[in-house]
Design a protein around this ligand. Sequence first.
Ligand SMILES: [Zn+2]
Length: 606
Amino acid sequence: MDDPVTASQRRSRPRHLAYLLGWMGNPERDATEIPTTPPEHCPRCNAILPKSTRNWRLRVCPSCHLHQRLPARDRIDVLIDDGTFEERDAEMESGDPLTFRDSRTYRARLLHQQQEHHHRDALVTGSARLGGIPITIAVLDFTFMGGSMGLVVGEKLAAAAEEAIERKRPLVTIVASGGARMQEGMFALWQMARTAAAIRKLRSSGIPYISVLTDPTTGGVFASFASLGDIIIAEPEAMIGFAGPRVAEAMMGSPLPEGSHRAEYLLQHGHIDAVVPRPMLRQTLISVLGAWQDARDLDQEEVRTHAPWEADPEHELPSAWELTQAVRSPARPSSRAYIERIVSDFQSLSGDRLSGDDPALIGGMGRITGMPVMVIGLDRGHDHLPDSAPLHPRPAAFRKAHRLMMLAARWRLPVVMLVDTPGAWPGIESEKAGLAAAIAQNLALLSDLPTPTISVVIGEGGSGGALALTVADRILMQERAVFSVIAPEGAAAILYHDTTHAPELAEAMRITARDLEAFGMVDGVIREPDDGAATNPDLAAQLVERAISAHLDELRRYDVRHLVRHRYGRIRHLGDDHIIAPSRAQRLTRWLRGKVRGGGNGQNPG
Ligand SMILES: [Zn+2]
């Protein structure tokens, strides 16, 4: 891609080099003279980037926030802990499998590039530490033949992934690439398969892989290892796409929509987890990898005491219908409000990696009372979007939840779910995108997800869409929350063709936390401030936090196989007491009685 940024970078380099050489070679110069190198300017807005500042080191414009491209070694310098990088496979170089030539031989081109750089191909790999955490790192250098992937890049990447597995160290890749290296023909294309296979091994071993996409990320690198990250982060405005914008336009025969092929566009369409500005990248990686490391090393024996959180069963509460209306109030705290209050170091993760990111579902990693967790919350948006209709989750929400649950299981993070939804969105677009299947997939996954799970109903539990995030080792409900098979108004419309019957149906359907606790569906009822969570959200959040923390402490003592067995038993047998199944003797008696009467249905009693 020949954008104005690179063009300007190319122009500025020889000028600075000449200046520097001129200064070094000048015998007249004063021995104490300090080189007054001219400050660099942002190629986009021309703002001054004073040298020796952090922004200059990061090559981020302080004014328009343009992220200029960083060569591999500069990237390693600014990202990892000082002095911890140990390079591997530094001597590896391409054997020129096609003895390729165009206007020049590939060999000569490679030699030239190797002299320009301190490495022999486009990928630099090695081990390092990031906030003290040992990692394996692989950085593509766009200034080396456009960061293109041939045999050496593929081999070094695969070897780095295998080393990450062997030494149980997370892999971080920083990508800047135009795609496969055409000078190596089909051998270059094959590296897509080689790297994808190695990353798959890494993922199934439960070692984290974080892929960072920078400007530009395209072609065979984007369509292989770069897209396989457990977590995919992109830098702001980075050009990212399978094909470059010009190729896409030529094939489509029409101009591209505004902003396509940019990091933000991918985020909006559900393909990446987050867009993180370069100055925040290091801290983001440290907090995500720190959570993984702590979840693994958690002291199982530590006993913590927990302040009480249970609701008083004698506490007088409004009617089920009044509760139903109250949980929909914009004053009642939403999932977002609870996450803000009880989850520290929260790193929001976006997208279902298929079609979009649904604002009705918030998900991400963080810590609750210091313990690393994956938090997934259904959010009706009523408190931060008070003037709009409540958000209903769509298929993308359930697919994102599914993805985050799988990630949590691989990284051994307990899953904490917060439930508050009027129900899944029933519109035609939901049907088109497979809403029912998406809900079903979550229910099935939650039945044997190999990690502790806790679900807290904090408002309205609306039907199947809510249940898709409720099946868990521990199901908790706030004192004033409700959960129903259908909203009372919906039930009234169906049963009476008259919604004025909603209040009596709210009672009849037994939808309150106490009802469901009595049925054995709910394991604990969490106290709320006297007049409800809306009157004191901070206290409400504190009580929810205590309840989650107490159950997390208890669950993490169990072997996860035991939890899954127990969970299945509960799902399989809940409500069995209310099934009237005649015993074998009773069936035999009925059959005989039928014979004596000369009637019967002729069915075998066995
Ligand atoms: Zn600028």
